[in-house]
Design a protein around this ligand. Structure first.
Ligand SMILES: NC(=O)c1ccc[n+]([C@@H]2O[C@H](COP(=O)([O-])OP(=O)(O)OC[C@H]3O[C@@H](n4cnc5c(N)ncnc54)[C@H](OP(=O)(O)O)[C@@H]3O)[C@@H](O)[C@H]2O)c1
Length: 296
C-alpha cells in the first residue's frame, strides 16, 4: 500500500548483490539501463555500523535495494541474536543512513512474519505473529523500518527460487536425478516465487513510485509437494513424488502451514505477474540451457 510517492529511480546500490535475489536485481537493473553499484561480503559488511553511511555518502544513490539478510531459517533457531543483528539492527542502521543521505530504501521481508494458521491470504496489514526465530527477526526488521525516518518500500515475498543459488527447485532437480522416489511435504501451502518475477516487480513498483508495504509473488498457490510434482512433470522425470506430512521431516524451525500472501493490490498495479508454474517453466528452461552449456 502506498504512503507517499518515491523519487524516480536514477541510481541504485544493491546490497547482498551476490545472493539469489541480489543477482536478479542486478540483471534487471542492467536490462533497464539503470545505473547501479553492488555491495556484498567480504568488501561490504552490513553488520559494520559505519558501512551503510560510508557506502551512501557521496554515492549519489536515489535508491538502496537490500537483499542481504540472515536467510538460514533452521540455523536462526540456535542463533537468534546473530540473526536479529543482521535482520533488524543492521536494517535500522541502514534506514538511518538512507534518511541521512536522501535515499529511498527497498527492503525485502517474508511470509514467515505471519503465523501461517489462516485460511485466506494474508493482507499487507495483517499483524505479525511469527512462529519461528527467522520470522521473529524479519518481523523485527519490518518494525524498525515502520519506525524509521527513511522513505521506504517494504516487499514481502515467499518461497523464492531461481536458476542459481541454493533453493528448493534446484534441490528437487538434483534429488530427482539421483533417486527413484522422493517424499515431499504436502501440508504447507504458499506461493512459489521466481526471483526474476520479484526483481521485475520491484523495479516496476519503483518506476511507478510506490512506497509502503507490498506483497510480490507469482500468482496462484500450492504445496511443496505440488511444486515438486510440477517440476517432475515439466522435466519428464520418472522419479515418484510421494506426499508426506511435515512431521515426517522434523526440522529445527517450525514452518507455517498456510502462508499465502494476498497479492490482489500488486496484481492490480502489475497485471503481468505470471502464474507460478509459468515462472517455473522459464526457470527450468534457464537451468537446462545452463547445464547444456556447462560440460559435466
Ligand atoms: N529465500 C527465500 O525463500 C525467501 C523467502 C521470502 C523472503 N526472503 C527474503 O528475500 C531476501 C533475499 O533472499 P535470498 O534468498 O536472495 O538471500 P541469499 O541468497 O541468502 O542472499 C543474501 C545475500 O546477502 C549477503 N550477506 C549476508 N550477510 C551479509 C552482510 N553482513 N553484509 C553484506 N551482505 C551480506 C550474502 O552473502 P554470503 O552468501 O557471502 O553470505 C548473500 O549474497 C532476504 O531478505 C530474505 O529474508 C527469502
Amino acid at each position: 500500500m502506498d504512503h507517499e510517492p518515491t523519487n524516480p529511480i536514477t541510481k541504485a546500490l544493491v546490497i547482498g548483490a551476490g545472493g539469489m535475489l541480489g543477482r536478479a536485481w542486478v540483471e534487471a537493473l542492467h536490462q533497464r539501463g539503470i545505473e547501479h553499484t553492488t555491495a556484498d561480503l567480504p568488501g561490504f559488511d552490513l553488520l559494520d555500523p559505519d558501512a551503510p553511511d560510508q557506502a551512501l555518502r557521496l554515492g549519489g544513490y536515489s535508491h538502496v535495494l537490500n537483499a542481504a539478510a540472515w536467510t538460514d531459517v533452521d540455523g536462526a533457531e540456535a542463533s537468534e541474536p546473530a540473526a536479529l543483528e543482521l535482520n533488524a539492527a543492521a536494517v535500522a542502521r541502514l534506514a538511518n543512513a538512507c534518511a541521512a543521505n536522501d535515499c529511498h530504501l527497498v527492503h525485502i521481508s517474508t511470509d514467515y512474519v505471519f503465523a501461517g494458521n489462516a485460511s485466506a491470504p494474508y493482507p499487507t496489514d495483517a499483524p505479525h505473529d511469527p512462529i519461528n526465530a527467522y520470522g521473529r527477526t524479519k518481523a523485527a526488521g519490518e518494525a524498525t523500518l515502520f519506525d524509521s525516518p527513511a522513505r521506504w518500500t517494504l516487499i514481502r515475498t515467499s518461497w523464492l527460487y531461481g536458476s542459481r543459488g541454493s533453493n528448493f527447485v534446484r534441490t528437487m532437480l538434483r534429488l530427482m536425478s539421483e533417486r527413484d522416489e522422493i517424499r515431499v511435504v504436502d501440508d504447507q501451502r504458499g506461493r512459489p516465487t521466481s526471483v526474476r518475477t520479484l526483481a521485475r516487480a520491484t523495479l516496476d513498483l519503483l518506476e511507478q513510485r510506490r512506497s509502503g508495504v507490498w506483497h510480490a509473488t507469482d500468482r496462484g498457490d500450492t504445496t511443496w509437494h505440488g511444486l515438486a510434482t510440477r517440476i517432475g512433470e515439466m522435466t519428464g522425470s520418472t522419479c515418484k513424488v510421494v506426499p508426506c506430512t511435515s512431521g515426517a521431516f522434523p526440522r529445527p524451525a517450525p514452518r507455517p502451514a498456510y502462508s499465502v500472501l494476498d497479492i490482489s493490490e500488486t496484481e492490480r498495479v502489475l497485471p503481468w505477474l505470471p502464474k507460478w508454474d509459468e515462472a517455473l517453466a522459464h526457470v527450468l528452461t534457464e537451468i537446462a540451457q545452463h547445464d547444456r552449456s556447462t560440460p559435466a
